[in-house]
Write a protein that binds this ligand. Structure first.
Ligand code: 5AD
Ligand code: SF4
Length: 438
C-alpha cells in the first residue's frame, strides 16, 4: 500500500464503450488535479476499469493485479473500478491485498477522496448504486477527439436471463436533457465532429416528454456537430419517433446496432427477451423503409441452455433474413447469480464452439459482401487516427467501416469525401476527392 499521493496515473479499460467513456472521465478528473497520464509500468496509480459480461472476468483481473507488481516487490496504488468491482466488492481487496480501492461504475467521481483515504493508510470501497451524482461531480468536458462518446443512460431493467448488467450497473436511469445538450456542446467546442450516445439500453433514455428520437433532433441543431450515432439499443425501445429520426435527421448515421441474440422464438423466450423473431424483423423493416441504406449490426449468443440444432439454424437464418452488415457473436457464458446459469440442459462447450465458428463465418461473409458493395461509391469519412503508412489517415464511413485514406495535408478531425477503391473484410481504402469539413 502506498502512502504518497500519486502524481501519475494509468487507466486500463476492459469491455464496452461505456467503460471507455468512464475511463475518459476519470482521466479528465485526474488531469484536473494536476496528475499526469503515464504508461502502466511507471504509473503511481493504476485503475483497472473492468468488465463482467463474460468468462472468467474476475480471474483476468486478479492475474493483471499480479502483473502490476514491480521488480522490487512493490506495487503502484491499485484501484479496481467497473463491473467486476461492483460484482465482487470487498472480496477483491481481501483476495488481492495490493488492491487499495474498489469502486463501482456509479461511484468513480469519488476516486480523489478515496485516493486521499489510501494516502492516510486506509483502504477504500464504494459500491453505491444507482445514481446520477457522478455526472454532476465530474469536471466539465474540455478537449475531445473527433469521435466522442456521451453516456446518456445507464443500467438496465430488462433482466435477460443470461446477463449481469442489471446487477452490476443497476436500474435504468437517464441523464437530464439539459445536461446532455450542455455536454454535447462542450464536446463539439472541444473538437468533436461526431457523438455516439451510449447506454446499456440507450433507446430507453427518456426525460419528461423527450425520447431518444427527440434528443437526436435537438443534437442535430448543434452547429459543428456532423454525425450522431447511438448504441446499444433494445428492440422493445425502438419508438416511432426514433425510427422516424432515421429518415429525417441527416446527421444520424445509417448504422443500427440492434441486438437480437437468437433467431429462435423458443430461445428468445428462455432468454426473457420480450420480443420475437418476427417483431424484431418488422422493426428492421420499418427502419429500412425510412433509411434504406442502413447497415444493421447486432449481438448474438450461441449455446444458450437448451439451444437445439434447429434453434441454432434459426439464428443463422435470421442473420441472412435481417441482412446483417456486421455483428458481434459470443459463446454463452454462465454468469453467477443469473437465472440461466442454473437452467437445465447447459450446452457442451465443443458444440457451442462449433456453432460460434459457423455463425462467425456467415457474419464475415455478409460483412465482406457489404464492404464490397461500397467499392466505387463516393462517401464521407471522418478521419480519426494516423495509419501505418506515411501520410495515411484512418477514419470511419457513415456505415462505421474503417477507411484508410492516403492524403498528405489532411489532419485528424477532417471530414473528407472519398471514392472507395478497395474493400476487404475489415477495412476499405478510399481515394481523396475533397475536404468537406475541417
Ligand atoms: N454470455 C455470452 N454473451 C453475453 N452477453 C451478455 N451476457 C452474456 C453471457 N452471459 C452478450 C450479449 C450482449 C453483449 C453485450 O454481450 O450479446 O448484447
Ligand atoms: Fe443485458 Fe438484456 Fe439488459 Fe442488454 S437488455 S444489458 S443483454 S439484461
Amino acid at each position: 500500500m502506498s502512502n504518497e499521493s500519486p502524481k501519475t496515473f494509468h487507466v486500463k479499460n476492459y469491455g464496452c464503450q461505456m467503460n471507455v467513456y468512464d475511463g475518459e472521465r476519470m482521466a479528465e478528473m485526474f488531469s484536473g488535479r494536476g496528475m499526469e497520464a503515464s504508461d502502466k509500468e511507471d504509473a503511481d496509480l493504476v485503475i483497472l476499469n473492468t468488465c463482467h459480461i463474460r468468462e472468467k472476468a474476475a480471474e483476468k483481473v486478479y492475474s493483471e493485479i499480479g502483473r502490476l507488481r514491480r521488480r522490487d516487490g512493490s506495487s503502484p496504488m491499485i484501484a479496481v473500478a467497473g463491473c467486476v468491482a461492483q460484482a465482487e466488492g470487498g472480496e477483491i481487496s481481501r483476495r488481492a491485498r495490493e488492491v487499495d480501492i474498489v469502486v463501482g461504475p456509479q461511484a468513480y467521481h469519488k476516486l480523489p477522496d478515496m485516493i486521499d483515504a489510501v494516502v492516510r493508510g486506509e483502504s477504500s470501497v464504494d459500491l453505491d448504486l444507482p445514481g446520477l451524482d457522478k455526472f454532476d461531480a465530474l469536471p466539465k468536458r474540455r478537449k475531445s477527439g473527433p469521435a466522442a462518446f456521451l453516456t446518456v443512460q445507464e443500467g438496465c431493467d430488462k433482466f435477460c436471463t443470461y446477463c449481469v448488467v442489471p446487477y452490476t450497473r443497476g436500474a435504468e436511469i437517464s441523464r437530464s436533457f439539459a445536461d446532455l445538450i450542455d455536454e454535447a456542446k462542450a464536446l463539439v467546442d472541444g473538437g468533436a465532429k461526431e457523438i455516439t450516445l451510449l447506454g446499456q439500453n440507450v433507446n430507453a433514455w427518456t426525460d419528461a416528454d423527450h425520447d431518444l428520437g427527440s434528443l437526436i433532433r435537438a443534437l442535430d441543431r448543434i452547429e459543428g456537430l456532423h454525425r450522431i450515432r447511438y448504441m446499444t439499443s433494445h428492440p422493445n425501445d425502438m419508438t416511432d419517433g426514433l425510427i422516424a429520426a432515421h429518415g429525417e435527421v441527416e446527421k444520424l448515421m445509417p448504422y443500427l446496432h440492434l441486438p437480437v441474440q437468437s433467431g429462435s422464438d423458443r430461445i428468445l423466450k428462455a432468454m426473457n427477451r420480450s420480443h420475437s423473431r418476427d417483431s424484431y424483423l418488422r422493426i428492421v423493416e420499418r427502419v429500412r423503409a425510412v433509411r434504406p441504406d442502413v447497415a444493421l449490426s447486432g449481438d448474438f449468443i450461441v449455446g444458450f441452455p437448451g439451444e437445439s440444432d434447429a434453434d441454432f439454424e434459426d439464428t443463422l437464418s435470421i442473420v441472412r433474413e435481417a441482412g446483417n452488415a456486421q455483428a458481434y457473436s459470443f459463446k454463452y457464458s454462465p454468469r453467477p447469480g443469473t437465472p440461466a446459469a442454473t437452467m437445465d440442459d447447459q450446452i457442451a462447450s465443443e458444440i457451442a464452439d462449433e456453432r460460434l465458428q459457423r455463425l462467425q463465418a456467415l457474419i464475415n461473409e455478409q460483412q465482406l459482401a457489404f464492404n464490397q458493395a461500397t467499392r466505387g461509391k463516393r462517401t464521407s469519412v471522418l478521419l480519426e487516427k494516423p495509419g501505418k503508412l506515411n501520410g495515411q489517415l484512418i477514419g470511419r464511413s457513415p456505415w462505421l467501416q474503417s477507411v484508410h485514406v492516403l492524403a498528405p495535408g489532411l489532419a485528424i478531425g477532417d471530414i473528407v469525401e472519398v471514392e472507395i477503391t478497395e474493400s476487404g473484410p475489415l477495412s476499405l481504402k478510399g481515394e481523396m476527392l475533397m475536404k468537406v469539413a475541417a
